[in-house]
Design a protein around this ligand. Sequence first.
Ligand SMILES: Cc1cc2nc3c(=O)[nH]c(=O)nc-3n(C[C@H](O)[C@H](O)[C@H](O)COP(=O)(O)OP(=O)(O)OC[C@H]3O[C@@H](n4cnc5c(N)ncnc54)[C@H](O)[C@@H]3O)c2cc1C
Ligand SMILES: NC(=O)c1ccc[n+]([C@@H]2O[C@H](COP(=O)([O-])OP(=O)(O)OC[C@H]3O[C@@H](n4cnc5c(N)ncnc54)[C@H](O)[C@@H]3O)[C@@H](O)[C@H]2O)c1
Length: 444
Amino acid sequence: MATAYDVVVIGGGPAGTAMASGLKARGKNVLIVENDLWGGTCPNRGCDPKKILLSAVEAKTAVENLQQKGLTGIPSVDWPALMRHKRGYTDGISAGTLNGLKGQKIATMHGQAYFRADGQLTVDGEKIATTDVVVATGQRPAILPITGHEYFKTSTDFLNLDQMPKRVTFVGGGYVGFELATIANAAGADVHLIHHNTRPLKAFDAGMVQALMTNLTTAGITFDLNRDLQTIEQQADGLHLIAADGFELVTDLVVCSAGRLPNDDHLGLENVGVRFGRHGIAVNDHLQTANPHIYAIGDVSDTPVPKLTPLAGYEARYLVTQLTQPGQAITYPVVPTQVYASPKLAQVGMGAATATNQSERYRVNELDMTKWFTYYRFGAQQALAKVIVDQTTGQVVGATVLSDLADELINYLTLLIEQHLTLADLQQIVLAYPTPASDLPYLY
Ligand SMILES: Cc1cc2nc3c(=O)[nH]c(=O)nc-3n(C[C@H](O)[C@H](O)[C@H](O)COP(=O)(O)OP(=O)(O)OC[C@H]3O[C@@H](n4cnc5c(N)ncnc54)[C@H](O)[C@@H]3O)c2cc1C
Ligand SMILES: NC(=O)c1ccc[n+]([C@@H]2O[C@H](COP(=O)([O-])OP(=O)(O)OC[C@H]3O[C@@H](n4cnc5c(N)ncnc54)[C@H](O)[C@@H]3O)[C@@H](O)[C@H]2O)c1
């Protein structure tokens, strides 16, 4: 007789693997199902390969910034070698993740999970008996349904390019568009970013986005704002990208970076009373769907937080506790988000626009840190911050940072916010000098 599981987890990405490990550690009989690469988006075709490729951008920028300051000669990116370096990491991820799961004695299956009816879950047609199911199937790149959409490539294709084409265009000014445009530009391509309105990266501080775009424009990226792409045509000289207003651009590679779609439309969720749609699987504040035995976590769940790897893990940890010791509704901490461009743009907590509307309570410290020792020493082009302080408590409640070190500084700022630290609290702690952390008192 087939095994009856306590929980089946569908999806072997950061959410699903954290879920399966956590349940197993608490003695549950768990099966995890994956239909593609174990490890999911983040380590195979997302965060990690992107940041490996960014390493070359960071190193090149560091050398550029020290020209006439002790270094001569600017290195160029050897794309095939950089890609080999990336694959040296990504090629082992799927097998390594699977081995890790097996090492924990977690049951695994490779195949397509599908709900035929309530209580009838199948994997590649085989019936699986289980009490509960956790859906953690993530998202996939959205493709704009325009004429010639078949010429679109995705972030997954870009992160696995054997050669960098001469001309590369991104359509959609979000995280993916900015990050991959930064990489393609540093690798020597002529890069355009087409965006359909005048406000790319709309969740980030408008002034800081403008400053980032100015930097990227100086570095060679062309921003084609307010262009509504309608058609892609293959012609002898390349792909012609044509917008509604007659704007036309010829490129060799066009990447659709206009958002991602939840993997919730191929699971038979309609057969088991689970509501789902463009924003993902509908869940309550216990991450439970309309079917009490089915839960959803990570990118595929429709929750009020950005879709990021640390949140996939956070939701998994919450649900592990919930399935073993039911209790409180989920609450989320402040979430730092960032765009790994050049420089990096990071944000956490309250934005300056909100703070300015309540100026009797909040102070916005607008800081140009470019000449501060931390940034001066490596010749940084720009280091800006907007730090929001609650004047009634003296605590930091939000920040936006634009600098080569923003990815580190934003985590310190997140700790200050989460731990409600005032300047006086911080001055009780000794931090190594000179470092970005030892600048923290000057941000208040
Ligand atoms: C280019 C890019 C860069 C990114 N950079 C960052 C970053 O720097 N920082 C950050 O925090 N986040 C980043 N993200 C987002 C991050 O990758 C996701 O938030 C994270 O992977 C979500 O984890 P998940 O487990 O919910 O989904 P996923 O990682 O997508 O995993 C879902 C898994 O489910 C599997 N699956 C789907 N359908 C089925 C099915 N029917 N049966 C079985 N298995 C199925 C999929 O194959 C996949 O392996 C990036 C994403 C992209 C695309
Ligand atoms: N650094 C990170 O943490 C990171 C990096 C990459 C991806 N991600 C995750 O992946 C998700 C998807 O990233 P993304 O950049 O694809 O999506 P996104 O939602 O961040 O950005 C998509 C952009 O495309 C624009 N757009 C929509 N339709 C368009 C059109 N017709 N023409 C031109 N522009 C159009 C939108 O206005 C938006 O600015 C992110 O929301 C995030 O959850 C995170």
